[in-house]
Design a protein around this ligand. Structure first.
Ligand code: ADP
Length: 397
């Protein structure tokens, strides 16, 4: 059984065709510059050469048509016809308070995606375009929406409420939602399996550390708390996002620099984080190199990033009254042993002990704590596409 996974951005479309019999990727690819001059599709069939199509893609409908052509291409293709595709799973950013689980796409689901445009102004419109393009190109095939906010919707009220007048929750659904939900769901589930933990009771903290970074606490796979909020701006220090900040900073910059709130929010999203602190880069490899070369600001940015992660781990351990496992994932979490070790250096009070040899690992499931460690520390590579494919299969079976 083959599932097509689609992840649409405003000018991009990423896809993977996954064979659910062995969960292997049969082909994957990316359409870039949709609606812009110079559109390009890069198609990568497993075990074959890459294949690039440079054709105009005025919208996501044309992009999907080209993806389906590439998948069926006599030379570079991997399927004889779209009949081989059982269903399509879509990453959808925001369901507001309406859905807390993946669901088959219906008219109501599409209406909810549209209602939530204000909550996900960059992603939800693109996600809807992707769904409509698949419906048009493959009529009658089931489409499944896998929400990035679903995992965080399981948070209890005390964790999701902002301490602001309740009317704003009631009028505008202003609350904490959390993002990277599919990744947190996948990694916490894999950590429980890989670590041999109790699937009902395991207390797991997942550190998703990439350019976007977030952290979650879950018990038996059910979210207790997660660091991103109404938008992905809250929580950890990220590549270009500030994470937690006193809101008065916004007013102060507006008043002193003659900027609008929107302009300052743009700065907090795109020019802050380790980029803003260091003035060097948002890329953690560049930052590490600069720090090693003696750049003080780069070192402080890295230290602050690690410190914030460690503080959240402390808070989430308290929230769950304990922790059985801590799992690192995403670009930095999967590849950077120094960051993992530096975070864990704060956790001696929890009985965390890293095994340096075991920590010398990249991109594969591994336990990186020593046999004596009171908490299992793991590296679990995230795989949002596979998580979406599994959810899709679960709903169409
Ligand atoms: P996103 O999906 O949010 O764009 P990723 O999860 O792909 O982010 O992570 C990208 C980040 O991972 C980049 O900042 C990159 O520098 C970092 N990264 C990748 N490999 C390494 C490495 N070996 N050491 C440190 N950082 C790394």
């Amino acid at each position: 059984m083959k599932i097509l996974v689609v992840n649409c951005g405003s000018s991009s479309l990423k896809y993977q065709l996954i064979d659910m019999d062995n969960e292997g990727v049969i082909a994957k690819g990316l359409c870039e510059r949709i609606g812009i001059d110079g559109s390009k599709l890069t198609h990568q069939p497993a075990g074959k050469d890459k294949f690039v199509v440079e054709k105009p893609m005025p919208d996501h409908h044309v992009a999907i048509e080209l993806v389906l052509e590439a998948l069926q291409d006599p030379e570079h293709g991997v399927i004889a016809s779209t009949d081989e595709i059982t269903a399509i799973g879509h990453r959808v950013l925001h369901a507001g308070t309406k859905y807390s689980d993946s669901c088959l796409v219906t008219d109501d689901v599409k209406a909810v995606i549209r209602e939530c445009f204000p909550l996900g102004p960059l992603h939800n419109p693109a996600n809807l375009m992707g769904i409509e393009a698949c419906e048009a190109a493959m009529p009658g095939k089931p489409n499944v929406a896998v929400w990035d906010t679903a995992f965080g919707m399981k948070m209890p009220e005390k964790a999701y409420m902002y301490a602001i007048p309740k009317e704003y929750l009631e009028k505008y659904s202003i609350r904490r939602y959390g993002f990277h939900g599919t990744s947190h769901m996948f990694v916490s589930g894999e950590a429980i399996k890989f670590g041999g933990l109790d699937p009902e009771k395991a207390k797991v903290i997942v550190c998703h550390l990439g350019n976007g970074a977030s952290i979650s606490a879950s018990i038996g796979g059910k979210c207790v708390d997660t660091s991103m909020g109404l938008t992905p701006l809250e929580g950890l220090i990220m590549g270009t996002r500030s994470g937690d900040i006193d809101p008065a900073v916004v007013q102060f910059i507006c008043n002193n620099e003659g900027k609008t709130v929107d302009e300052v929010l743009n700065i907090l999203n795109k020019k802050s984080g380790v980029l803003g602190m260091s003035g060097v880069s948002s890329d953690f490899r560049d930052l590490g190199a600069a720090a090693e070369a003696g750049n003080h600001d780069a070192q402080v940015a890295l230290d602050a990033f690690i410190y914030r992660v460690a503080k959240y781990i402390g808070a989430y351990t308290a929230a769950m009254n304990g922790v059985d496992a801590i799992a690192f994932t995403a670009g930095v979490g999967e590849n950077d042993k120094k960051t993992r070790k530096a975070v864990c250096a704060y956790l001696g009070y929890l009985g965390v002990e890293i095994d340096d040899e075991a920590n010398d690992v990249r991109g594969k499931n591994a336990v990186i704590s020593s046999a004596n460690s009171k908490v299992k520390v793991m590296l679990i590579p995230t795989n949002e596409e596979l998580a979406i494919a599994r959810e899709t299969l679960r709903l169409v079976q």
